[in-house]
Write a protein of this length. Structure first.
Length: 114
């Protein structure tokens, strides 16, 4: 079985798309405690461990951007979505940590250990 190529999107490109009103579904695959610390406004919270069972909550025709803390879990999440039939899936490079550093410094940064 071939692993699908995951498309990536840089934080500033995502911000520009959001600012121009592009229809994007943001999916946060982090754990609940992480989501409670920091989140990109308007994102759907579906922890990576629940993603397979909750794909029906997402629309297949949507442009989906998956994010986590630094981009590793969201990469796996993007593969899960692509294997479930989603076509327009991107992984946010650097995750919410990158978002905080280059787009919105008001989003708190945190360490992976809590």
């Amino acid at each position: 079985m071939t692993i699908p190529k995951v498309l990536e999107i840089q934080p500033l490109v995502l911000k520009k798309c959001m600012d121009t009103g592009e229809d994007i579904c943001l999916v946060d695959v982090r754990e609940a405690w992480e989501h409670s610390l920091a989140a990109i406004p308007g994102s759907e919270h579906i922890p990576i461990g629940e993603l397979v069972d909750r794909v029906q909550e997402l629309l297949y025709e949507e442009n989906i951007v998956v994010y986590c803390h630094v981009g590793e879990r969201s990469y796996r999440g993007a593969i899960i979505l692509m294997e479930s039939g989603f076509k327009n899936v991107h992984n946010l490079v650097g995750g919410i940590d990158g978002w905080s550093q280059v787009v919105d410094a008001s989003v708190p940064r945190y360490r992976a250990g809590g």
